[in-house]
Design a protein around this ligand. Structure first.
Ligand SMILES: [Zn+2]
Ligand SMILES: [Zn+2]
Ligand SMILES: [Zn+2]
Length: 166
């Protein structure tokens, strides 16, 4: 169903030719479009949290987000940040990386999907890939065994090509 090719400019491991400012800018513009289409509001706090999540391709935890918001000059209460993250997750604008208890911006918002993440253990960057083919295999196997699948986490840890020097 949902098979997508992440746009090349969203390949965080492409050491050259990765203009992250543009990447962040495009992501925020896409998020605004997605919210407009859904008729939901990207309030200033939601937008700021999303912008902070998109500060890099390294998944960021809620605590780090709180600290960065404090740098902005106003320290929001933790529930405010959690609610903003909840909203961004619901709208498919960010993904949660369970193994890191952290969040990363979605590279193709507005499309419901599960993703496979390649997480570099050296630089911490995570790359989002289409999970559909893997998801299908797992779903079929679970059904075959009468297993009611509730949660599927697809996170792979290793070294990206810039960190492995290959
Ligand atoms: Zn980028
Ligand atoms: Zn995504
Ligand atoms: Zn790396």
């Amino acid at each position: 169903m949902h098979s997508f090719q992440p746009l090349s400019e969203h390949d965080p491991f492409a050491c050259s030719a990765h203009d992250h400012r543009r990447c962040q800018h495009d992501a925020l513009a896409a998020a605004e479009d997605a919210c407009r289409r859904e008729g939901v509001r990207l309030t200033p706090i939601r937008k700021r949290v999303l912008e902070l999540v998109w500060a890099s391709h390294q998944p960021v935890g809620a605590y780090a987000l709180l600290e960065q918001l404090a740098v902005d000059g106003h320290r929001p209460a933790p529930p405010t940040v959690y609610r903003a993250l909840e909203f961004l997750l619901e709208q498919g604008l960010v993904h949660r990386i369970d193994s890191l208890n952290a969040f990363v911006g979605c590279t193709h918002p507005g499309e419901r999907h599960r993703s496979l993440f390649l997480i570099c253990r050296a630089c911490g960057r995570a790359q989002e890939l289409a999970a559909a083919p893997i998801e299908q295999v797992i779903t079929t196997e679970a059904q075959r065994h009468g297993f009611a699948l509730e949660k599927l986490t697809l996170e792979a840890v290793g070294l990206c090509h810039s960190c492995s020097g290959s």
